[in-house]
Design a binder for this molecule. Sequence first.
Ligand SMILES: [Zn+2]
Length: 330
Amino acid sequence: MSRRALSLASVAIGCAALLQTGDAHAFCRMTTDGGAQIGNASCVERGEPLEWADPCLSYAVDSRGSSWMSQEDINAAIDASFATWMGADCDGSPPNVIFKPLPPSTCRRAEFNTGPNVNTIAFLDPWRDPCLDTNEPGYDSNAFAVTIVWHNTNTGEILDADMMINDTEASATSAGGPYDNCPPTGCDPGSRLAPGPADLASIVTHEAGHFIGIGHSDLPDATMFASAERSSVEKRDLAQDDIDAICTIYPPGNLDLSCNETPINGLQLNCETDSQGNVILCDEPGATSSGGCSAGSTSGPANAPWGIALAVLLGLTVLRRRSRRTDARS
Ligand SMILES: [Zn+2]
C-alpha cells in the first residue's frame, strides 16, 4: 500500500459516508474485501474476516498528546476504553483478548514495518498523516478518529493497528476537539459554531473495536454504530451487540496478563527518529533492523501480501443534519 493509495482510501471514506442502508443485521466483522468502514454502509461479508492471530496486544500513546486534555487524563480515558472490551461478559468469562499499555510512543505515522512496530495512538493537528505529500488530501474532516488496520490480504490476520485522533478544533462542518472526560450525563454540547467537548473515552472505545477487527453495527445504541452524538458518553459502555461481537471473534480462552504483547517483528516506540536522533524518512524501506517507515513497501513479513482497512468514527454535526433530512422524508 503506497502513501498515495492510503490517501485515496481516505477520499473513498468521505464518499461512502453518503450511503444509507436499511436492513438491520447487528454486528459486523471487518473483512479483507470490506474496504473502509464508514457511515451506514452495509456490512460486507465477502473475504476473510480480520482477526489477530495472537490477541495478546499492546498500544502506546504518542508522547506529544493532545491540545485539549492532559496526558494523564488521556491515558486514563484510553486505558479505560480498552479495559471495557477486555471486561466484556462472555457468559461469565472474559473474551480471549488482552490489551497492555506501553510507555509513550513517538509515532504519528500510520504504518506497518517489516522491522519492529508499535500500535500507536496519536493526536493529529493538522489532521493528516505526516508522511503524506502536502498536495494530497488528509483524513476525512468529518471524522473524530481513524483506525488503520494493517492485515494480511489473503488470510485476514491483523498485523498492526494504529489509531489517529483528529486534534484540530471542531467547527460547524468538521469534527475534532475539544475533548474531555465527560460526566455521566454527557458534556455541554455548546453551539453549532462553537461545539462543546466530545467524550474521548466514547471515541476510543469505538475505535478499539476496529482495532480488533469489529466493523460497524447498524444498531444505533451499539458502541460500534458508525456515528454518535458529540457530547454523549453512550459509546463508553458496550451494548449486547458489541459484547456478542467480541465474544464471537475472541471467545474465552487461556490468555492472561503474563502473555507476550510484543508486536510482530518486535517493538519500536519511536517511528520518527533512529537511535542516533536522525529522522527516519517516510519512504525509507522498513526491512532494516533499525526499523523504518515502510508504508511505501509492498512486501510484509515472509513476503505475505498485506494492506490496510480504514475505519472512522464520523463527526456528528454533518451526520445529524443528514439524518434529519432522512427523517423528514420518511
Ligand atoms: Zn467506526
